[in-house]
Structure formats: structure tokens, C-alpha cells
Design a protein around this ligand. Structure first.
Ligand code: ADP
Length: 486
């Protein structure tokens, strides 16, 4: 399989330069389906990271003062190259991440849209005048690039997360240093290689490689440097909280997209077929490893049994296996920690005498597989279960029966998180009234496809600070300046 991947060839020269340029620690990139090493990279040393920050500093003025058309051109070339290499980018993503190829293709499409969207945002005006409070003066409001941007991305969307941060930052006139997750650095390197081909030169966008143990070094060095003005992070709430503390040093602006605990509410008026399909897709996409996936499914008691039967049937149809098997819907987990974490959750459920109502014991894993596969499981739990608010991040579904319609918003809101929530209800008025009561950054009514370059993605409470994408995608990477011109 690896030999067939043109993208690996395309970026191999590039990877070589990483290997020879640095001399710190090896970083093995594994295929989670069979634990074969795809590539061994070399991590960046602190000295090398500081050099990259200096290179960014060296070109920041040039990039910030370049015309909107210039940056737009570069971004459009980048997106065209991604489009041209779409299937290779998707294969590389599946290889290092494990998600089915069909999902990777969707992610690459979303990544291309992220870049195009950022380029198109440059058609907007970023400066305007208003009448002044001072006689005969004019008020000018301008948005200016914030400075050097650091980006830290997770492994669950190795391409979409890089592009969702890097493209709008570049469009806004900022230079960017991105640190991909240690499990999935190859997609980031492939995007970087294509960015170089598009004329986005060294310093303007670069990638830093670190192992899990050394991951904290990047943010530490960025926060120490007063020229790094924004750190955009997607990952766990625990790491996000550490970054909030560390960012105090130079009052570095943060954009944080953190954990989720999405309630998926099926009311007695839901179209059950649609709700079942959507709950399955939301829960098991990317083997349940998405921050907006349905973490707890609340079903009204009047439709509970019908939903349960249909949901179990749907999960039973799902094939587990490798990313390149067309029939597979659920791939492996990303790594051993993920596997152990889910096993621990199973043990805890057992300890609370909660047994699964469904586990696919029959289904075999791919032949001779030693990968990080985990069989989908469904549990019935009450809202009182101590695990209900834990972000599962894997193919374990919790079904929870509710009876009092007046209480469902309170149950859904009973979590420190506030990223995404879903409501399945065919009564539009009731659904909207419920959505208004939910303390979440994003609510899908009869819809689970809530992530797109065109929408302001982000959460409330412990799920983060700031938004990515949408009409204001570039403004988060800009400082607002007010000039009183008398
Ligand atoms: P997960 O547990 O899902 O891997 P993390 O929040 O730990 O989520 O990781 C998300 C990203 O944050 C990855 O790129 C990872 O390398 C990075 N990271 C992990 N620990 C730290 C840390 N202490 N400081 C900065 N970045 C970190």
C-alpha cells in the first residue's frame, strides 16, 4: 500500500530535508490498522523551533504588507494543488489516521474549502470609516494582521484542522508555524509541500515536529516569544487549560477548540429513521473520535424502544476494518492510549453493573490484525451514571431514556462542556424553542453536518474560546485599530 502512495513520494524529498536538518528524537508514524511504521521522522530541537520562529519574524512584515490579491493568489494556487492531489492526500490521511478512505476524501474536500473560503474572505473590506464624536474628525476602524500565529492541531482531522487554522491566518496577513499531532504529521507535511509549490515560501508557513513527550516545548517557546501573538489550539480541555495559564506570560491571544460532550436529543416527534441514521453517523464517524460526535443520546420514552431497536440494527450492519476496504464504516482507534482509555471505560461500566445491550462479538477483525480496533458497543445508562459526561471519543454509544420534556434542556446542559448539540424533532417551533435553551456553541436541528468553512465553528464553557471559519474567519487573526483623524 505504501508503495502505491504517490503523495509519500511527492513529500519524501521534503521529509528527507526534515531528517537531515534536525538531529533530535525520532518520531515513528504508525498505521493504526496494523502498527507498521509508515515513516520515521526526526523531531525539531528547541533551537530549530526558535530558528523557525525567527524565520517567521523575518518575513512577517513582507507578508503583512503584501496586497490582498497577492495572498489570495497564493492561497488559490495552494487549494488548486490540493485539488489536483486530492486522492493522494486522502490516502495518506487514511494511512496514518485509520479513518475509511471515503471519510478522508470528505475531509480533503473540507480542507480545500477551508483554503478557498479564506481566500474569498479577502474580497471583504477590512477597514471602514464612521462619523466621529469629535467635531470635523473621522473615525477609521482598521483590522490589521495580529503577528506570528502558532497552531497546534489534533490527530482526528489531520488535514482539516491544519487548513482551518493556517489558511485564514495566512489570508489575514499573518505568518504561521503549525505543530501537528505526533500521530499524524504526514498530512501536515504534504500540505506544507503543496504550499511551497504554490509559492508560500519558507517562514510564511512552516511545520514543527515533536513527539508526544516533547509536545509542550512548542507552546512554551511560542509563549516566551513576544512576537508570537496568537496561539490557535484544537485538542483536549486539559491541555487547553494549561495553555491558558502559559499564555499569560506575554498576553498571547488564544483560540481554543476543546472537548465536547454533545447531547443528541430524540423527541417523541422525531422522524425516527432519520434520527437513527444521524445518531449512527454522528456517533461512529471516525470511530467515534470527533469532538462534535453524539456523546449521549437522549430518547423520549414514547419512542425509546423503537429507536433502540433501529439503532442496534444499524450498528450491527457496520463493518469494522481497514481504511482501504470500501465496505468498512468503522476503522481502528488512533493509538494504544485510546484503546486503553476505552477499555477502562468498559471496566468502569462493568464496575457499576452496567452491561452492554449490544457488542458485535461475531464480527472478525481484519485478517491477522494487530491494529487498534475496538468493537462498537451500546449501553443503556441513566443520566445519573457518572460516565455520562465523560467525553467517550470512541465507538461506545450511551442511550438514555427521558420522560419529562420540560427537563430535557436541563439534562443536556448538565455538563461543563458546550460545543455541539443535536435535536431531532419534526415540530419546528418546539425544536427551535429547545435549541434556544441549550448552552452550546452549535446546535443541529434534524442535521448533524454542522462543520464547514462557512460557519463559525466553536463552543462555550469548557469547550473553548473563539470561533473558526464563518464570515469573520480572518478577523480572529487580526487586531482592530481605531484611528481618530481630526
Ligand atoms: P489528545 O489527547 O486527543 O491527543 P491533546 O490535547 O493531548 O489531545 O493533543 C492535541 C494536540 O496538543 C497535539 O498536537 C498534541 O501534541 C498537543 N499537546 C499535547 N500536550 C501538550 C502540551 N502540554 N502543550 C502543548 N501542546 C500539547
Amino acid at each position: 500500500m505504501i508503495g502505491n502512495l504517490k503523495m509519500i513520494d511527492l513529500i519524501s524529498d521534503f521529509i528527507e530535508s526534515y531528517e537531515s536538518a534536525s538531529n533530535l528524537q525520532g518520531l515513528n508514524v504508525y498505521n493504526p490498522e496494523n502498527l507498521q511504521i509508515i515513516k520515521t521522522l526526526i523531531c525539531d530541537s528547541p533551537k530549530k523551533i526558535n530558528q523557525k520562529i525567527e524565520e517567521a519574524q523575518g518575513v512577517q512584515c513582507f507578508w503583512a504588507s503584501s496586497s490582498n490579491e497577492y495572498r489570495q493568489d497564493k492561497l488559490k494556487s495552494w487549494s488548486s494543488l490540493c485539488e489536483r492531489h486530492k486522492s493522494d492526500l486522502a490516502s495518506l490521511l487514511s494511512l496514518e489516521q485509520g479513518k475509511p478512505l471515503s471519510e478522508s476524501l470528505i475531509e480533503i474536500d473540507a480542507s480545500i474549502k477551508n483554503i478557498k473560503w479564506a481566500a474569498d474572505c479577502l474580497d471583504e473590506e477590512y477597514s471602514y470609516e464612521t462619523s466621529s464624536h469629535v467635531d470635523k474628525a473621522t473615525n477609521v476602524i482598521k483590522y490589521e494582521p495580529i503577528g506570528i500565529v502558532a497552531a497546534i492541531t489534533p490527530w482526528n482531522f489531520p488535514s482539516a484542522m491544519i487548513t482551518r487554522k493556517v489558511a485564514p491566518a495566512l489570508a489575514a496577513g499573518c505568518v504561521v508555524l503549525a505543530k501537528p499531532a505526533e500521530d499524524t504529521p504526514l498530512s501536515a507535511l504534504a500540505l506544507l509541500a503543496l504550499a511551497r509549490e504554490a509559492g508560500i515560501d519558507e517562514g510564511i508557513f512552516d511545520v514543527v515536529l515533536l513527539s508526544r513527550e516533547g509536545a509542550g516545548v512548542f507552546s512554551k517557546l511560542c509563549f516566551e516569544n513576544p512576537n508570537v501573538r496568537l496561539l490557535s489550539f484544537t485538542g483536549s480541555t486539559a491541555v487547553g487549560k494549561t495553555l491558558i495559564t502559559e499564555s499569560a506570560q506575554n498576553v498571547t491571544k488564544l483560540s481554543l477548540e476543546l472537548g465536547g460532550d454533545a447531547p443528541f436529543i430524540v423527541t417523541e416527534r422525531a422522524n425516527l429513521d432519520k434520527a437513527i441514521d444521524a445518531a449512527f453517523a454522528s456517533k461512529f464517524r471516525n470511530a467515534g473520535q470527533t469532538c462534535i460526535c453524539a456523546n449521549r443520546i437522549y430518547i423520549h420514552e414514547h419512542v425509546y424502544e423503537r429507536f433502540k431497536k433501529g439503532f442496534v440494527r444499524r450498528v450491527a450492519q457496520a463493518r469494522i476494518g481497514g481504511a482501504f476496504d470500501n465496505e468498512v464504516e468503522i476503522g481502528p482507534l488512533i493509538n494504544e492510549q485510546a484503546l486503553n482509555r476505552l477499555r477502562k471505560i468498559e471496566e468502569e461500566l462493568k464496575g457499576q453493573s452496567i452491561s452492554p445491550i449490544y457488542i458485535d462479538f461475531e464480527q472478525e477483525y481484519p485478517d491477522g490484525s494487530s491494529g487498534y480496533f475496538f468493537k462498537p458497543a451500546i449501553y443503556e445508562v441513566s443520566h445519573k451514571c457518572s460516565l455520562i459526561n465523560q467525553e467517550i471519543f470512541g465507538p461506545i454509544a450511551f442511550l438514555c431514556r427521558y420522560s419529562d420534556t420540560d427537563d430535557i434542556a436541563a439534562l443536556a446542559n448538565d455538563t461543563p462542556y458546550g460545543l455541539a448539540a443535536y435535536i431531532y424533532d419534526q415540530n419546528s417551533g418546539e425544536a427551535k424553542a429547545l435549541a434556544d435553551q441549550l448552552h452550546f456553541g452549535m446546535v443541529g436541528i434534524n442535521e448533524i453536518r454542522i462543520a464547514d468553512a462557512s460557519i463559525p465553528f466553536g463552543g462555550a464553557k469548557h469547550s473553548g474560546i473563539g470561533r473558526e471559519g464563518g464570515q469573520d474567519a480572518l478577523k480572529y487573526f487580526m487586531n482592530m485599530k481605531y484611528i481618530c483623524h481630526a
